[in-house]
Design a protein around this ligand. Sequence first.
Ligand SMILES: Nc1ncnc2c1ncn2[C@@H]1O[C@H](COP(=O)(O)OP(=O)(O)O)[C@@H](O)[C@H]1O
Ligand SMILES: O=P(O)(O)OC[C@H]1O[C@@H](O)[C@H](O)[C@@H](O)[C@@H]1O
Length: 483
Amino acid sequence: MVSFVEQAALNREKLLQGISPEILRQVEKFEFLFTISAEKLKEITAHFVTELAKGLSKQGGNIPMIPGWVLELPTGNETGDYLAIDLGGTNLRVVLVKLLGGSKFETVQDKYALPDNIRTAKSEDLWAFIADSLKAFVIKQYPNKPSHALPLGFTFSYPASQDAINEGILQRWTKGYDIEGVEGKDVVPMLQKALSDRDVPIDVVALINDTTGTLVASAYTDPETKMGLIFGTGCNGAYYERVADIPKLEGRLGKDIDQNGLMAINCEYGAFDNEHVILPRTEYDIQIDAESPRPGQQSFEKMISGYYLGELIRLILLELHSEGVIFKGQDNTKLSEPFILDTSAPAISETDSTPEFSEIESLIKNKLGINTTLDERKFIRRLSELIGNRAARLSVCGIAAICKKRNYETGHCAADGSVYNRYPGFKERAAQGLRDIFDWTVEPKDYPIVITPAEDGSGAGAAIIAALTEKRLAAGLSVGVGK
Ligand SMILES: Nc1ncnc2c1ncn2[C@@H]1O[C@H](COP(=O)(O)OP(=O)(O)O)[C@@H](O)[C@H]1O
Ligand SMILES: O=P(O)(O)OC[C@H]1O[C@@H](O)[C@H](O)[C@@H](O)[C@@H]1O
């Protein structure tokens, strides 16, 4: 059987047959810039492990490593009706989760497309949008006003510090968000007020990150789950750390919290290597960072996540056009528009199986108003492969680092998000990256650490965490730093 790597080499050779020397030179330049060797992956992973530990230390480091106040694994027998909302990078989801016990749950959900200008809207407009969406959902699901306030798990997919499960101080916006008056503040009272102002019978019981939700929801149905991962608009991971291995919590915990117990950590590892000591950033990565609302932040995320992969393609095409290498004599007005290409662009490019790459041709024509030659389409195809492969290979360094830090020899790494679920070849490339880091020699079906499709973390996960929190509160156990 031809291996994954051999097949990729055969595809490359076929693709580049007959290509002009000028375009071939460009292909080779970008292959050099975007190819990450097995050795480099190992170096990055080793540094990642030390950075995870640094984030848990008293002095801290680049990676926030936020304790998420989920202090036990779900039993699978949690029951009750819970609401959950997920403010993602593209949509707001409202979910009614019915926990049935026996590791079973049912969900009913509605999606509300975020208003286009939401990333730079006023803070009150953001909370009004969420409260209005929740109000509409509750009226639809409970035509007769519910007898009691409904508990809500609030999935907030941004780095928020928590001294307790029902608070979240936004450290900084990510994924292009730049809403004034929220950073440095607790977002829970903001949402609660917007709900109370509208007489919506909801209690915000817990604020969670989508990766913590993904970890808990997947552990609810699959005890082999070791971490919860998002490869979507952004990237991040959560796992259970031993309480005794979190120096920054020393002396801050209630007596009921066992040092040998577990604490879910929202790593926020999109911030890995903000110091730029190890990641092979290209000038295009540097430009994306410089032109983002928060330069210097989320260095790792900006190289690999869904919000940025299309923009990388655009910057490279724009540069080659300005150098007269491609799209000669054509108008670059649309090509000059930031973020006009999203990650569906390289995704479509990589799935185009037509002999003349006519899907790439229509994509560039429709999105950018540019006519392409066959050689230019072959270059776009190869560039998409390079960007997609680099994203997948770098993405698994976070997985490998958590496994090495926690000495996981085997396990399921539950993943969600559009890049994991929809980007062509991401799963195979990610598995190949793990193989390169761990030097596995077995067949892919026997790899000991496997990336698995997650359960609905931001819906069911938030509900299960709300249920775990209510149980702890009822037993008088702490859900935050000791008073
Ligand atoms: N075919 C695709 N493959 C991978 N990513 C895609 C594809 N189409 C769109 N995307 C990306 O998906 C992201 C939206 O991710 P999604 O998980 O749906 O929303 P959210 O991140 O808000 O939960 C956008 O950044 C977009 O660039
Ligand atoms: O689900 P999304 O929107 O892709 O978010 C993934 C990650 O995106 C990062 O930017 C956030 O800081 C994380 O908190 C989040 O988990």
